[in-house]
Design a protein around this ligand. Structure first.
Ligand code: SAH
Length: 260
């Protein structure tokens, strides 16, 4: 097969470091019978070793040239190729207990993570290669510079852990940024449940839109002084001090009123 020229617009940085590939596969530990889905398999750096123990495997890939290569490389009864955009893909169509993995295109990582969060009930776990800075924001705690909308909205759905860092030299072509592997496990919904996730998303974006301002200012449109008293939240605080659980309490407090 002729050499594939990496396409920048598809965020193509192919893994070429065998130690890193082995470390990723051992972190995922695929077991026979797992319902594994890879986003953006590319030239198969992860696909081939991940497939070794599996009876069947799903991939979602957008680049037509790469799809044609995958069709030539892997038997159709072992690998199902879903040709299309992962951002629009209905992951629920692949069933439950999904184990989703990928060295994701960094240019679409935030919208893709938000898209995947919608399928949390169908997901067993996820392992992704992402820009290190994005993993730091995903896993950030309150009262830190990195804590923001991405932290709250993803921590609402998932327990997340940064497993290890990956240098640019592990890829061809090398990206300009450092990368990291993150593990995401859906959280039991009983722990805290937003009545309406859209309301939660709205409160969180509004509060963080001006992260230097107090909640009294940023949330003036949804919370009156009495509401702050009822919630026992000091209106002088700023969004970056508010825990995920408190954002859920705020959203659930205003939700019944919005329904009227
Ligand atoms: N997993 C491979 C390739 C990573 S590069 C490796 O580690 O070497 C990112 C891959 O995602 C490429 O194959 C690219 O074509 C694919 N991709 C980019 N945008 C996509 C999208 N919106 N949906 C699905 N795949 C996409």
């Amino acid at each position: 097969m002729s050499k594939h020229i990496p396409r920048k617009r598809f965020g193509q940085h192919f893994l070429c470091d065998h130690d890193i590939i082995a470390a990723i596969v051992s972190a995922i530990r695929p077991q026979a019978g797992d319902n594994l889905v890879e986003i953006g398999p590319g030239l198969g750096a992860l696909t081939t070793p991940l497939m070794a123990n599996l009876t069947h495997f799903h991939v979602v890939e957008l680049d037509r040239d790469i799809i044609a290569r995958l069709q030539r490389t892997y038997p159709a009864d072992k690998l199902t190729i879903h040709a299309g955009d992962a951002l629009a893909f209905d992951f629920a169509s692949l069933g439950t207990r999904l184990r989703i993995v990928g060295n994701l295109p960094y240019n679409i990582s935030t919208p893709l993570l938000f898209h995947l969060a919608e399928f949390a009930p169908n997901i067993l776990d996820m392992h992704f290669m992402l820009q290190k800075e994005v993993v730091e924001r995903m896993t950030a705690h309150p009262n830190t510079h990195d804590y923001g909308r991405l932290s709250v909205m993803l921590q609402y759905r998932f327990d997340m852990e940064s497993l290890f860092d990956v240098p640019p030299t592990a890829f061809d072509p090398p990206p300009k940024v450092d990368s990291a592997i993150v593990r995401m496990l859906p959280r039991p919904p009983e722990d805290m449940q937003a009545i309406n996730v859209d309301t939660l998303a709205h409160v969180v974006s509004t509060a963080f839109a001006q992260r230097r301002k107090t909640l009294r200012n940023t949330l003036a449109g949804v919370l009156k002084p009495d509401d702050f008293v009822h919630l026992d939240i000091d209106p002088q605080r700023r969004a970056e001090t508010v825990s995920v659980a408190d954002f859920v309490r705020i959203a659930n407090h205003i939700q019944p009123k919005e329904n009227k």
